[in-house]
Design a protein around this ligand. Structure first.
Ligand SMILES: [Fe+2]
Ligand SMILES: [Fe+2]
Length: 262
């Protein structure tokens, strides 16, 4: 049995700070930790420093999203077997859309886990069909339990992916909206599902940004620069227990700075 923690989009310095302070305190409860790092460097993308901070905090695998290529430094990290970029990019794109790990689980029994990152297409930039990309991936042998971070905007597309992969993968957990949803469940056939894990970044923000920027944009329709909101940060994730390639337990995880013991 594998106890896996998935942590939603780490956003800027506040996200990296709460991850670095909190993850080490809970790391021993899990056999494997996946962290989405697509907003780690200043709110957009991943650079060498933020990748180092996330892995030092305890992440065994880091996934990306639509901001994957924002920092050029990420291209120098793509050979790292812990980093997963979206699967449904064109053939020839550097890096890998999935990584397979042999993980020491309960009773030190080694279990195989494949982590996948895929991008949705509804209200997002054009990519290849993520449903068909998953079919192609799942035709490969020796993947073990498959854990999909489905980085997508529309709840409908994420729900559809959950139903499409139900009974075929261990988990379909959504990211990208930065807001945790309350639909945590195990779908038919043993697939853990949650539309969105929520994010790891500044609380009281507009999905990570200081409200001033988005509010200027919404009220005047003029362009305004978005900056990372300062202050207390929250960490949102999903815990999945996997046995023989299928989920046997799923629950949301939430921690917020300044509310310790509250
Ligand atoms: Fe995103
Ligand atoms: Fe994000």
């Amino acid at each position: 049995m594998l106890r896996v923690l998935f942590v939603g989009d780490v956003y800027g310095k506040p996200g990296r700070r709460v991850l670095a302070s909190h993850l080490p305190t809970i790391k021993s409860r899990f056999h494997f930790i996946i962290v989405n790092g697509e907003n780690a460097a200043g709110g957009f993308g991943l650079n060498r420093e933020s990748f180092g901070e996330i892995t030092r905090a305890g992440a065994d695998c880091v996934t990306l999203g639509n901001h994957a290529w924002h920092h050029k430094e990420v291209f120098g990290l793509l050979d790292d077997p812990r980093l997963v970029r979206p699967l449904n990019f064109p053939i020839g794109t550097p890096g890998s859309g999935y990584q397979t790990f042999d993980v020491k689980g309960e009773g030190s029994v080694t279990e195989r886990l494949t982590v996948v990152n895929a991008l949705g297409r509804v209200f997002m930039d054009a990519t290849h069909n993520p449903f068909l990309a998953m079919d192609e991936l799942l035709s490969k042998p020796n993947l073990g339990a498959v854990f999909l971070d489905f980085h997508a905007e529309a709840t409908s597309e994420k729900a559809a992916m959950g139903q499409y992969l139900a009974g075929r993968v261990a988990a379909v957990i959504g990211t990208h909206t930065h807001v945790a949803t309350a639909d945590t469940r195990i779908l038919k056939g043993g697939t853990a599902f949650q539309t969105d894990a929520g994010f790891t970044g500044p609380a009281d923000s507009v999905i990570g940004a200081d409200p001033a920027g988005p509010l200027t944009r919404f009220t005047t329709e003029m362009h305004s620069r978005f900056t990372v909101k300062e202050g207390d940060a929250e960490l949102n994730g999903v815990i999945v227990h996997i046995e023989a390639g299928r989920a046997v337990h799923v629950e949301r995880y939430h921690f917020q700075e300044g509310q310790e013991g509250a």
